[in-house]
Design a protein around this ligand. Structure first.
Ligand SMILES: [Zn+2]
Length: 318
């Protein structure tokens, strides 16, 4: 049977060493993805059998042009794309390698225009790749790694639409803008989720879903957060309306910094984002924030590992 995924996969220094070749040579790219997924024990993604072999071209004896494997167990053919976000795609592996690498090594993300220029793919294909890479970065489950705990800052913001100034708060927020709620542990993990509105019911439901009851909450004075102290260990707030941003240990500076990077990325790199796709972009920035202590190689490895076990229907994607 298949070993647990990545039990002895490539190390981050090997990734840094191997990736330039994988971005330019198709065979190197395929072997890069195979090694990352299977290490030294390739196995059938359909039945789990390890009695598998590389198919070869009868005339040349070289590896099959489609990089197919055959499984002795279920007698089926497969490639390393099966059961990952790469499935159902004909985009060459080297372009996938480059997209994963660029998306994981640039702070503000990489645009489809840049992928288009660097790979020669169409703009549409570049968008397609980036959406799937974002999907690989997204948590597989809503509460992957457990709820947030310790000191947790909570804040809401608005993304997209015009104009860009932040007008007075009302239930729906400024016209055309999409509310987003963010929660971050001091020196820890962040969660950012698209919200239908910023009512007390919506914001509190998000906090209950993502934060442990033992956490100490910090917010601004937004009325929707009132009453949280009865459910969590504590709740303190700063009064932004009175220009109070820090009071002793109380602030929402960590989540504000996350919003700043997110907005620089969305407005600078992506030049705005549709409502439909906003959560995917939030997933991307959340992933980079949560892997900020890793080097670029480790982060790329983490994203590629996240590609396994996920598939995205083409209709969801474009
Ligand atoms: Zn099989």
């Amino acid at each position: 049977m298949c070993k647990p995924q990545n039990s002895n996969g490539t190390s981050s220094s090997e990734i840094v060493r191997d990736i330039p070749l994988a971005c330019s040579n198709e065979l190197a790219a395929v072997e890069f993805f195979e090694k990352r997924r299977w290490a030294d024990t390739p196995c059938c993604p359909r039945c789990g059998d390890v009695e598998v072999y590389k198919m070869t071209d009868r005339q040349t004896g070289e590896r099959n042009k489609r990089f197919l494997w055959r499984c002795k167990g279920c007698k089926q053919q497969f490639t390393v794309r099966i059961g990952t976000v790469l499935e159902d795609s004909r985009v060459p592996f080297r372009h996938w390698a480059m997209t994963f690498w660029l998306a994981c090594s640039s702070k503000k993300g990489v645009s489809a225009k840049q992928i288009e220029r660097m790979t020669g793919l169409s703009y549409k294909s570049a968008l397609f790749l980036l959406h799937r890479v974002r999907f690989a970065m997204a948590p597989a489950n809503a509460n992957d790694g457990g709820k947030l705990d310790g000191t947790v800052e909570i804040d809401e913001t608005y993304i997209g639409g015009k104009p860009r100034y932040r007008s007075s708060r009302n239930k729906r927020g400024p016209a055309g803008k999409q509310p987003v709620v963010g929660m971050v542990e001091r020196d820890g993990r962040v969660r950012a989720r698209v919200a239908p509105d910023v009512t007390a019911a919506t914001l509190k439901a998000a906090v209950r879903e993502h934060v442990e009851k033992s956490a100490n909450l910090m917010t601004d004075e937004h009325a929707s957060y009132k009453g949280l102290h009865t459910e969590f260990a504590s709740h303190q707030f700063v009064a932004h309306a009175r220009r109070e941003y820090v009071r002793g240990d109380v602030s929402t500076n960590a989540i504000e910094s996350f919003w700043a990077v997110l907005k620089r990325g969305i407005y600078g790199t992506y030049h705005n984002v549709s409502r439909k796709h906003l959560q995917r972009y939030l997933d991307e920035f959340e992933f980079r924030y949560n892997t900020r202590k890793m080097d670029d190689g480790e982060r790329t490895a983490a994203a590629i590992d996240g590609a396994v076990g996920k598939r995205l229907a083409y209709s969801d994607n474009v």
